[in-house]
Design a protein around this ligand. Structure first.
Ligand SMILES: *[C@@H]1O[C@H](CO)[C@@H](O)[C@H](O)[C@H]1NC(C)=O
Ligand SMILES: [Fe+2]
Length: 436
């Protein structure tokens, strides 16, 4: 009898050894606050991050404890310690209930050479940073992960992204998970500085950055003050949606938490932005926002439906190649789809809210798997999008639950320009753009 039991147990364990063993949940990091800035100086720059700011320009953002005297200039050049250029910027600060932010500096530098390392120093204080500008032509690489937070998982996601030699990081919403605890924006800024000060981080908003409090606090106060994106440079009136271009790719960052109906300012801006896209110059068209439209996870099921109803026809007519969203803490990749069905001229949809925040994973998927859904897995990780040339891009997703970066999903994507879809639909797009 006992022997039989042992035999059965051995058999069971032999059949499950091939299965993926999920490690224990990881804890929220405890980054000391106030930040230790290694210096007595109140104007010591911390939380340095950079973002693209129009053609050949970069915005440098940093925070100082001193609110009055610390200057907002950046010295920079292509040799370490030798700065032959200087740019003057602006600063802001905000109060949130009892919290009072440091001085938040935003300084745009440029024009900069493409694919070049620059050395820079903020406000004449602190140590020297270096950044690399994106290339002017293919190939280029984007790193992608949403819903980052600041846990042990976030740390390994950042570690893997750091090792992948990317040009620009795309974050489809939800950064610090501060959720009104304002000092957590500071600790997040410190956590991401080693990466975000060296490559442009392009972000859009998520629900965890809104932080509105009934009539007490407006929404997105902290997010907009700290993570200023090139909305003015792209003709938008709101930091919640904007666009930019990198080496043959036009990227549109939409706002899931700004009005998006066909009468909204966002929709009007989107039409204007699409009318300016030249697919000869930028054959690739990417769109990012927070709440996914194609999602077969039980988490946030249907939450993107309204935005999808309003905006999907326009994006389809424009021949968008790839749509990237976050919000759901898992990974999912669709086949080309439109209006809920397979469509060779629709975008590939990717949900990648798996950066590693404290809320953990969204484990439960709807069964059977919808026809449009090609790959789905509830694990943390990051994506890499390598735009190889005007017709081919290579997408890969790297699971990181167990510290190792494991490439778990990959696919070659051919552009909709090269498959003729963009040409085919150009009439449809033109008439949609003309509609008042
Ligand atoms: C683009 O890259 C793909 C994959 O490496 C290759 O097969 C194709 O020939 C390239 N196309 C052009 C126009 O260079
Ligand atoms: Fe979210």
């Amino acid at each position: 009898m006992e022997l039989k039991l042992v035999l059965i147990l051995t058999l069971i364990s032999a059949t499950v050894t091939a299965e993926y063993i999920r490690p224990q949940p990881r804890k929220t990091l405890h980054i000391p606050w106030p930040l230790d800035s290694n210096s007595k100086s109140q104007s010591y720059p911390h939380q340095v991050h950079i973002s693209l700011a129009g053609d050949k320009h970069m915005r440098i953002t940093w925070i100082t404890d001193d609110k009055h005297n610390s200057p907002s200039f950046v010295q920079y050049g292509i040799l370490p310690g030798k700065y032959d250029s200087i740019a003057e910027g602006e600063s802001t600060s905000y109060n949130y209930l009892l919290y009072s932010s440091g001085k938040i500096h935003h300084t745009v530098i440029g024009p900069l050479e493409d694919n070049t390392v620059y050395f820079y120093r903020c406000g004449g204080q602190g140590h020297e940073f270096q950044l690399k500008t994106p290339p002017a032509q293919f190939p280029s690489t984007f790193a992608v992960a949403g819903d980052l937070g600041q846990t042990g998982w976030t740390e390994s996601t950042l570690d893997h992204i750091d090792r992948c030699k990317y040009d620009v990081y795309l974050l489809p919403g939800d950064l610090s998970y501060a959720d009104c605890m304002q000092h957590l924006w500071d600790t997040f800024g410190k956590l991401v500085e080693p990466l975000a000060s060296t490559r442009p981080w392009m972000v859009t908003e998520g629900n965890h950055v809104e932080e509105s409090m009934l009539s007490l606090m407006d929404g997105f106060v902290s997010y907009n003050s700290r993570w200023k994106m090139p909305f003015e440079e792209s003709g938008s009136t709101s930091n919640l949606y904007y666009s930019f271009e990198v080496a043959g790719v036009h990227v549109i960052m939409l706002g899931s938490y700004a009005d998006y109906d066909v009468y909204s300012e966002q929709y009007r801006w989107l039409k204007e932005d699409l009318s300016k896209v030249d697919r000869k110059k930028t054959p690739w068209l990417l769109v990012l926002f927070h709440v996914p439209w194609y999602n077969s996870n039980k988490a946030h099921q249907g939450a993107g439906d309204d935005m999808m109803a309003a905006m999907e026809p326009l994006l389809y007519a424009a021949g968008v190649d790839l749509v990237i969203a976050g919000h759901v803490h898992a990974y999912e990749r669709s086949k080309r789809a439109y209006n809920g069905r397979l469509d060779p001229c629709g975008p590939v949809h990717i949900t990648i809210g798996d950066g590693g925040n404290r809320e953990g994973l969204a484990h439960r998927f709807i069964n059977p798997q919808p026809k449009w859904s090609e790959f789905r897995e509830a694990s943390f990780g990051h994506g890499e999008l390598r735009i190889v040339n005007s017709t081919h891009a290579f997408w890969s997703w790297h699971r990181n639950d167990d510290d190792q970066s494991v490439q778990a999903d990959d696919i070659w994507i051919t552009s909709l320009v090269s498959s003729g879809c963009v040409n085919q639909k150009s009439h449809e797009l033109r008439s949609m753009l003309m509609k008042p």
